[in-house]
Every structure is written in C-alpha cells, then in structure tokens.
Ligand binder design. Structure first.
Ligand SMILES: Nc1nc2c(ncn2[C@@H]2O[C@H](COP(=O)(O)OP(=O)(O)OP(=O)(O)O)[C@@H](O)[C@H]2O)c(=O)[nH]1
Length: 573
C-alpha cells in the first residue's frame, strides 16, 4: 500500500474517530442547553399558568364561600323544610347566581337531602329544588364523601346525570358551628375552562391538573379526566400513570408532588418520556385548590436538536478542510520530495547521474535526507568510477602478464604472435618489411644438467639482456619457449637480419657473466635462423621458414647464423 493511500486512509480514520466524540459532546452540550432553557421555560410557564388558572377559580371559590357562609343559607340548613327560610335562601342563591362566572349555583342540604340548582338561563326559576340526594345512589356519593372528608373547599370535575351536565364544580362546605350541614357552590363550564386553561396554545406546551392522589382533573383530552374522583377507590382513578409509560418517571412525579407539599411556591422539573418523546415536566402545587399543575414541554418540538446539526456540519466541513490542507501540505513537503528521491535512487541504481537540483527543493528533515542521499550518490558514483578504473588497470596488467614471460620479462609466445600478426597486416598495407631471427641456446640441456636449473635460468636471463641490448628501438624480442628466443625486426632487410643476428651470436658467445656454482664461467652460444617475410605471407609460413633456417644453423655445427633465402634455399650469413 502506497504512503499516499495510507495517509488518506489514516485521514479518514482520524476524521471518523474525532467526529464521534465531537458529535457526542456537541449533542450532550446541546441537550444541556436545551434542558437548561426548558427548565427556565417550564418554571415561568408553570407560574404563569398557575396565575391564569387560579384567578377565575379563586374568584369563584370566594363567592362560593360567601354563599356558604350566608346567614340565610345557614339558617335554612338548620330548618331546611321551613318555607320562609327556603324562600329567603333561594333569593340569596339567586343573587349569587348573577355574580358567579357561569351564572349558576347549587346547594345541597344534608338535613333533608334536597339539591337546589339554577343556571344562566334561569331555566329552573321557581323549580330550584331539582332532586333529593340519596346516600345509596353512587351518583350522589360525592356529596356524602365530601361531608365525610370534611374538606372545606373541594374542586371536582363531575358529570351530573340528573342535570345532564359536566362541570368543574367548586364545592364549599356549609357549617353550622362545627357541624357540616350542606354543600354550596357553582360549576364552571368544563369545555370553555379547558379551552382557556389547558388547551395547547403554544405548540409543544401542554398543561394538566391533578389532585393530590395523582388523579387527572383537567386535561385537554377529556377522556383522560378522572370524573368524580372524590368518590372513587384508588384503583379506579385515571391517574398520571396513564400518561407516563416509565415507572421511574411516575415515581419521580409522585416524589416531586410530595416535595412540593412542603416547599410551597416552588417549581420542580423532571425529564420524562411521553408517547416515546422526551418531555420536560414542570410541577407546581396550588394549595388554594389542593391541586397540582403539570406543564409538559415537548423538547423536540420546542427546541429540536436538529438546530444544532449546523454546528456539526460546520465542524465536519472545517475538519475536512483542515485534513485536505494537511494532506496537500504533506504531499508537497513529504510525498513529492520522497517521490523525487525514489526516482533519483532508481536512476543511481541503473548507473545514471542524480540531477544536481534535487536537494535544493526540500527543507527540514526531507531536505537533509536528500542532501545526504546526494552525497551518498556522489560517493557511490566516484567509487564506481574508481573501481572501473582499477578494474581496467588490473585487466590491462593481467593482459600484459598473460603476454609476458616471467623469467626474462620479455614478451612470451602469445604476446609475440599477436605483434607479429599485427605487423604482417601492417606490412601488407604499408610495404613495411618485417623479418625474424629465431635463436636457440646451444646444448642448454647440458648447462642445466651440469650447472643446475638456477644457473640455466641465469643463462637465459643473460642472453635475453644481450639480445635486448643489441636490438634497435623499434625491434621486438620475445622468449618463444624453453631456450628459444624470437626477434622481430621492422623494417628489416637481409643485411640487417644478418648483421643483427651475427652481433647477437657474437655477444652471447663472448658472454662471461654466467657462472656455475663453483664460480666458473659457463660458456654460452646460440644458433640463429633468420627469415624475411614475403609480401602477403602468413605468420605460420614465416615461422616455418625461420625454424628451417634455425635447424640449418644447428645442423651447421651451432653458434652460427643462417638466413632463409627468398626462394627458401638457405644462405650463409
Ligand atoms: N634452466 C632452465 N631450463 C629450461 C627452461 N626451459 C627449458 N629448459 C630446458 O632447456 C633444455 C632444452 O633442451 P633442448 O632444446 O632439448 O636441447 P639442447 O640441450 O639445447 O640442445 P640443442 O638445442 O640441440 O643445442 C631442456 O633440458 C629443458 O628442460 C627454463 O626456463 N630454465
């Protein structure tokens, strides 16, 4: 995998692993902000609703109290069947009817169980006595339950089947001293009350009212209202358990209700789930009517979390931008120089020259790496050139050695053959006459045998020196093998051959430098055969004729020179 691909994958990896915590932290932060905001909102809303709800109810409660405490009503309740007291009481009730908000009233008397009611239309004028309450009738249980409970004020949503109406009833006990003698009050139209107070006016905000048992008293969904809760057993009530699916939420709401009882005026907020959505519930206790108001804020509606997605998008874009910039910088500072370095290395590998500008393009560590590479490449190139030079030298030396005789340091047979071949070619081209002298030491075996091999070597070296000394600058001598020497002369003529051969023969014969182990002079002599190359003659033929001439010299008694005649007959020198 290339470095570039690895960097891209790494970038992607960093992007993902950094986006996850950022997403989570922004989400947590946003949720925190939403919650804080919602708590404030809920607190304000609850207090506002409390005032809005309480004012009309409290006004009705105050009026109902006055009615219950009215002198006429109390006297009447003492003697409920007395006609005068009844007339006065009805007149009193009618005057209150004008003042109540919905222009209706009711009074129930414990003494005779009679229930009086008139409405805004004055429908029951002269017929205010509507029916008689019966403690055995479940529909009338509310009356007896309230008297038994002895709660001076009670607000209750209850259908009245006798009257065919459902109202928010405000019930106030009529007391005669300590004795409860009846209940007076008024009813508010449930529909309009719900419309005014609990209907959802702001999207995502709903209010409901519950009593101290958690029974729902007012809710915009009237099916959830726990009608006539005062007369129900706990299990029969429509409580907040219907609203909150999580038992933890229910427990939290009941705990908040308990707390509010002792911390009057405070607002408690709880996060709850309702219908699978997050809501913030704000609770407040209304001691005047012994109810709790719950305001529910749908957080997803009021402050959708989606509004924070812009932050995430911005983060993602800026992170992406930074990573792209990082990649571009990385590419410019690292990857591109490394690519050039790689190409330069490949060039050096194949013996090419590194461009001199390579190290000027990068700085820092990469620049340092390039400069070191350049230095190394120069060293390698120099070493290679040096090595090539040495190899060439050694090759030439080996070549020289392969053509040189180690004892006399003259050309050997191979070296001499090459020279002769070349000279014969040159001779053919330039009419440059070539001649050879072939020398053989006389009785050399005897010298070896009598004086030793080392003395034989000395003799060979001495003869080589004599020949070299006699030759002209441009003549070449070689040790042809064993005790034989071959001299090439150029240019050469018969006289030169004869003269040079004779001089060599004579010098060797007069040599006094080679001594045997006993210090005696070893007498030396050579027989010499000479031949002049004929135009177009090859080397074998020339050598053959030289050898024949040498053979003739040997045959003539040795220590003589014989030249091959042009027509192959031998002539004495
Ligand atoms: N010391 C010494 N002897 C050599 C060397 N190379 C060859 N020889 C000897 O040279 C002798 C050559 O002898 P031949 O060519 O057979 O005969 P010769 O004794 O020279 O007799 P003619 O040539 O007939 O005069 C042999 O005994 C070889 O062993 C060498 O490098 N050093």
């Amino acid at each position: 995998m290339s470095l570039r691909l690895r960097f891209h994958l790494l970038t992607l990896f960093f992007f993902v692993i950094s986006a996850v915590p950022v997403w989570l932290s922004v989400r947590t932060l946003a949720e925190g902000i939403v919650e804080q905001w919602a708590v404030r909102y809920a607190e304000k809303q609850v207090l506002y609703d409390k005032e809005r709800t309480l004012q009309p109810i409290l006004r009705e409660v105050a009026l109902a109290r006055q009615l219950a405490n009215s002198q006429y009503i109390r006297e009447w309740s003492r003697q409920p069947d007395e006609a005068g007291a009844t007339r006065h009481a009805v007149a009193e009730m009618e005057s209150f009817r004008q003042s109540f908000q919905d222009h209706n009233y009711f009074v129930g008397l414990k003494g005779n169980g009679r229930y009086y009611f008139n409405n805004a239309q004055n429908e029951f004028a002269g017929r205010e006595y509507r029916y008689t309450l019966n403690p055995k009738q479940p529909k009338d249980a509310w009356f007896y339950d309230l008297i038994r409970q002895g709660r001076d004020i009670h607000i209750n949503v209850n259908p009245d089947p006798e009257l065919g109406i459902t109202k928010l009833w405000i019930d106030v006990l009529i007391r005669d001293g300590s004795e409860i003698v009846g209940i007076a009050g008024t009813g508010l139209d449930l529909g309009s009350f719900i419309g005014n107070v609990v209907e959802e006016k702001v999207p995502g905000v709903t209010s409901l009212f519950i009593d101290r048992a958690g029974a729902i008293q007012l809710h915009r969904n009237q099916a959830l209202i726990d009608y006539g809760s005062v007369s129900k057993r706990p299990g029969e009530r429509n409580t907040i358990d219907l609203l909150f699916e999580d038992s933890a939420d229910r427990k939290a709401i009941y705990a908040a209700m308990k707390l509010l009882e002792v911390q009057n005026g405070k607002v408690v907020t709880e996060l709850v789930n309702m219908g699978g959505k997050r809501h913030l519930a704000g609770l407040v206790y209304l001691p005047e009517i012994d109810w709790y108001e719950i305001t529910l804020l749908d957080l997803d509606v009021l402050l959708p979390f989606g509004q924070f997605s812009g932050i995430i998008l911005l983060y993602a874009l800026s992170l992406l931008g930074i990573l792209v910039l990082f990649n571009m910088t990385l590419s410019r500072l690292v990857l591109q120089p490394l690519g050039k370095l790689d190409a330069a290395m490949a060039l050096v590998e194949t013996g090419g020259q590194v461009p001199a500008s390579l190290d000027q393009q990068a700085s820092g560590e990469i620049g340092s790496l390039m400069r070191r590479f350049m230095q190394m490449a120069r060293t390698v190139t120099e070493a290679r050139h040096d090595l090539e030079g040495k190899v060439q030298e050694r090759t030439q030396a080996l070549d020289r050695l392969s053509k040189t005789d180690s004892l006399t340091e003259l050309l050997n047979r191979r070296g001499m053959s090459e020279r002769l071949e070349a000279e014969l070619v040159r001779m053919a081209r330039e009419a440059w006459p070539v001649g050879i002298l072939w020398l053989d030491v006389d009785h050399f075996k005897q010298i070896n045998d009598q004086t030793g091999h080392a003395t034989g070597d000395l003799a060979l070296k001495a003869i080589a020196g004599i020949i070299e000394a006699e030759l002209r600058r441009y003549d070449v001598v070689s040790r042809w093998g064993g005790d034989e020497f071959l001299v090439m002369l150029q240019p050469a003529g018969a006289e030169v051959l004869a003269a040079l051969g004779e001089r060599i023969r004579s010098e060797v014969a007069s040599c006094r430098t080679v001594l045997d182990p006993a210090g005696a002079i070893v007498p030396l002599s050579v027989s010499i055969g000479g031949a002049l190359a004929r135009p177009g003659e090859d080397l074998d033929s020339l050598l053959h004729r030289g050898d024949t001439a040498l053979y003739a010299a040997k045959a003539a008694g040795r220590n003589v020179v014989r030249l091959a005649a042009p027509a192959d007959e031998l002539t004495p020198a």
